[in-house]
Design a protein around this ligand. Structure first.
Ligand code: ADP
Ligand code: MG
Length: 446
């Protein structure tokens, strides 16, 4: 009965908020129970819980009461992932003293738990999980490739942590291709090839990051090839990453190239809007834990997810700076502060959408002429589209409020502020507007 009520409320919220907001915030909620005057929800992250509570809490409570449920409070409980996270600190402390393997250190922040999965990386993530689970080696090597900052190194570290958590006795060696070469050259120099070979051939999982680095370095490539074959013959797992597909790495020997292609080759695609938003949510939740006083406005994460390019490292940097700035000067993080604080990053990843293009698209969409948007007419049929166009100009370009106002027939910046607020409100309550805005944004960004 409770679940049926919740089902009806969900559909109501879907039409009220639009598909985007619904997917981001409402869909992850599960109603656990509604008794003892408290409606208890489970949420995947406390960030989502706080957000929903702050932005939609009252509406949801009202709707539950309207359904006849006797509740006067909502409670959001964070449910952790089905499997407990490996205690990386404990593992690190335990394995560190016995590590005689010449690997690179592992970042304790890079685990599967902190990796946000979306369409662009789901295959790579699934393959990495499979490798970490162990068992029969089904694809060897696992070859991960993709542009900079898309999570290749993160996934490799996650494999290492998970493997060590599940099978503490297994020997996992992670290192960059550059380090592989360095070790190799050292071994040659000190005539220590025997122990070099031994070390590398005694591992259960070998991971070599950024393998494009050894292309063209012939004796290193040779040694890599022999190590590789020796491990494959013993049924040991190999994981390789590179910034491009094996076939596209210049200077790579043909036999190595074809050997790399025997396994499973998966690419990490550039992030899309949904993945960026998910990553921003997850990372700001972590930040908020250490800076509980910082306040963040609704819409800031969406803005960043729209405006910052696909590289996750850049996203992280932006967020870190925002939080540092907010806590230093004691200001809440809102849209204006974000634009000011991140001006350089925003400029660098600017999509070239102009205010004129926005006007043209909006006018087209609502069957108006561009001159209508510039005119002083205040009829709803013209004023609404004008507000939508102003909102999109603020979201998609880095023009200042006065500048945007001027382009819309010489209006004042306060008119633009009002338009932005109005459309933000309408997006929550009017699904038609929410859809229009979303559609226009997609067309403009395409
Ligand atoms: P690459 O090795 O592909 O250049 P990294 O693995 O170093 O990229 O990722 C860059 C940064 O972005 C790291 O701090 C990493 O933790 C983070 N990152 C990348 N993808 C994700 C993701 N899907 N979820 C969470 N963090 C991510
Ligand atoms: Mg990397």
């Amino acid at each position: 009965m409770e679940q049926e009520c919740w089902g009806r409320i969900r559909s109501e919220l879907l039409s009220l908020l639009g598909k985007d907001a619904f997917t981001n915030w409402i869909d992850p909620l599960k109603l656990l129970e509604a008794g003892g005057r408290v409606a208890q929800f489970s949420v995947p992250t406390s960030f989502i819980g706080n957000w929903v509570s702050r932005n939609y809490g009252e509406s949801i409570l009202g709707m539950l009461q309207a359904e006849g449920l006797k509740v006067d409070r909502l409670d959001f409980r964070t449910v952790s992932a089905a499997r407990p996270a490996p205690d990386v600190a404990r593992i690190a402390a335990k394995v560190a003293p016995v590590v005689d393997l010449p690997g690179s250190p592992l970042d304790t922040r890079c685990t599967f738990e902190s990796f946000v999965v979306g369409k662009p990386n789901e295959l790579a993530h699934a393959a990495a999980r499979r490798v970490a689970e162990g068992g029969q080696v089904t694809f060897n090597p696992l070859f991960l490739y993709g542009g900079v900052g898309l999570g290749k190194t993160h996934l490799m570290h996650a494999i290492a942590w998970e493997t060590k958590a599940l099978r503490p006795e297994s020997r996992v060696l992670y290192l960059s291709a550059e380090q592989f070469m360095y070790r190799f050259v050292q071994a040659l120099r000190f005539k220590d090839m025997h122990s070099f070979k031994e070390q590398f051939r005694s591992v259960d999982v070998l991971m070599v990051d950024d393998v494009q680095f050894i292309a063209g370095k012939n004796s290193t490539q040779d040694e890599f090839f022999h190590t590789f074959n020796a491990l494959v013959d013993q049924g040991k797992q190999i994981v390789i990453s590179a910034d491009r597909a094996p076939g596209e790495i210049e200077g790579l020997e043909e036999r190595i190239r074809s050997r790399l292609q025997w396994g499973l080759v998966v690419d990490l695609h550039p992030t899309d809007y949904e993945l960026r938003l998910g990553i921003l949510q997850s990372k700001s939740e972590t930040q908020l834990k250490t800076m509980p006083d910082v306040q963040m406005d609704a819409g800031v994460l969406e803005f960043l997810a729209h405006r910052i390019s696909s590289n996750v490292r850049v996203l992280e940097g932006a967020l870190t700076r925002l939080f540092a700035f907010a806590s230093l000067v004691g200001r809440e993080i809102n849209l204006d502060m974000t634009q000011e604080c991140l001006a350089d990053i925003l400029r660098a990843s600017e999509r070239k959408v102009t205010v004129e293009e926005i006007m043209r698209q909006v006018a087209d969409h609502y069957n108006l002429r561009m001159s209508d948007l510039l005119s002083p007419r205040r009829a709803r049929s013209v004023a609404r589209p004008r507000q939508v166009a102003m909102f999109l100009s603020k979201m998609l370009t880095s023009k200042s409020l006065p500048d945007i106002g001027r382009r819309f027939g010489g209006r004042d910046h306060t008119t633009v502020i009002h338009a932005v607020k109005k459309v933000e409100e309408l997006k929550m309550t009017d699904s038609q507007i929410a859809e229009d805005v979303e559609l226009l944004r997609r067309m403009l960004e395409a």
